[in-house]
Design a protein around this ligand. Sequence first.
Ligand code: ATP
Ligand code: MG
Ligand code: MG
Length: 647
Amino acid sequence: PKEPADPFKQGWLKGVYNEKPVKDVHTRFPPEPNGYLHIGHAKAITVNFGFAKSYGGVCNLRFDDTNPAKEEERYFESIKEMVSWLGFTPHKITHSSDEFDQLYELAEELINRGKAYVCHCSGEEINQGRGGKEHGPRGVCKDWSRSAEDNLEDFRAMRDGKYKAGQALLRMKQFLAVKPEEYEVKEGDSAEEKKEKAKLKSRAENPALWDAAAYRVKDNNYHHKTGLKWRIYPTYEFTHCLCDSFEDITHSLCTTEFETLRPAYNWLLEALDHKVPESEEKGPMQREYGRLNVEGTILSKRRIAMLVEGTTIGGAPSASDLADDVDAIKLEEEGDAEPGVPSTAVPSGSGRKIPAVVRDWDDPRLFTLVALRRRGIPPGALKKFVLDLGVTKAGANTMTHTLDSVVRTYLERTVPRLMLVLDPIKVTFQNLPDDFLEERDVPFDPKDPAKGTHKVPFTKTIYIDRDDFREADDADFFRLTPGQSVGLLNAQYPIRAVSFSKDPATGKVSEIQAEYGEHVPAGKARIHWVGESAAHKSPVKAEARIFNSLFKTTKPNELDWKNGGYYDNVNPESEVVYHNAMVECGFHHVQQGAPWPKEEGEAHGTVDKSSVRFQGLRTAFFAEDKESTPEKVILNRIVSLREDAGK
Ligand code: ATP
Ligand code: MG
Ligand code: MG
């Protein structure tokens, strides 16, 4: 069979390579360790690691840990785990904080070169300097013209604790001082002059180059790696490009919201001789691809935290709100913008307590990577989903059900098939002896004999799904009724109901008396079942959790998050639990992993329960939950068999 085309060697990605066609491609995935990764990060991981791999290069995992207040050990661990789960191995694991000394040295160097200054403006004054409708023309402050010696001394004072957060900022001397007159095209300008002016204009009018902050003071300065050593921390703008250069990154791939920062990225590298102006020969090259955005779920960290922890409306601000330093010049957190839709359903009662909605950050209804893994989504399906959407400059906007459909197709031929009954009714065959046993040799995948077979016991007592039985005949119902026989998947003969009894307490059918054998007329349909046999350890009793979308609306980002209105939109059927489900004994084989090739990046079975996956015939795809034990098996529905299947 023909090898599928390498998605990294075509289209936009190929173009990026061709702009800098080096032999030793070196990329990096640079998460901020301030939360769990989500499905959008699967794109960033796949793009960075996949690109390097395709061109014979390597990719680093870099923790961009320059914001001490927000970082926690659990995030580092989880991020490492997710990269490896997706089947990638970092060439090196680095931390921006490993470079704090070197970064500091370079900040002094920048000052010595007259390209940075310590600024004591308030946030308001800085905004003023940036100009605009209320502020008039742009302009620099008095600190701009201080001498290098003066700046160096003041920067060291910043380092040594003379200032509190907000009282001093090291700023890069970029293009804030440039006046429009300097790039206004005049009569008689040569073509060369016009070109120069256009270049100057595009820089001078780019807010990312209005003397961005390089270092700021943090009051809450405990850092997980460097402790209390530093009171000043470098900004993203100062750190990222330099760390790329330290690590010999060739292609620095990031999302398009960083495109306006590209000139700032190059400016600093050029200012410190880490890059040659107008050339991609030396130093890293930044290029930007479109973000992955999935509709129908919530990806914002703050909102997921509300779902995980519960929240108090109108109460005191949370610790994480307080930790949000007001950096004078900072990148907007894109995913966290408040759409500000007013609530109609809920009064904004102050102090209203809203309980947690999900069990944790890995609740299978969420779209964090830990949640997708827990739900049983194979890492290969997730990478396919990302690449099928394409990697270009355009944002990849999609919906949760598109992921479901990719996963469904992926699982169709990659996981074994078993029989599982969600809501069992006991069926006893009157015409069979107590020790009746027919061992059926059942293929794990009827279309692929190479996957092997396993033995399934058919015995005097079996269980069928409540949905497959009706107490009365019905012309539109082709399965089991007292007057109608039905075929059994993987069994020799059909069955016929003779009578049934009900549980007086619940009014529900509790047992069906039936007949099995050659004499029973063929049924119009075939249903699944699970036989009872202690020798085969069948059935395996299980709790089966069926997940549906967490919210009733397909646009949960438009709900009222500020005033708690989101809570009323939670789908009461987002998790439906079947406590008495039963799986056939083939499940024991599937738990062992044989005979299926495991996914790249997964440690099958006990280590990684979510990799124990199967298709429950006529039911859905399932995976074992991480809390499942031999005493209490728990199964999660990965996805239904059809798009609009009920269960
Ligand atoms: P969020 O704010 O959504 O949690 P982030 O942008 O703060 O995400 P980082 O940890 O800073 O997350 O990101 C690490 C890398 O992942 C960055 O290069 C970023 O561009 C990329 N990334 C983040 N979200 C997405 C997304 N939705 N699609 C593609 N790449 C993404
Ligand atoms: Mg971030
Ligand atoms: Mg963000």
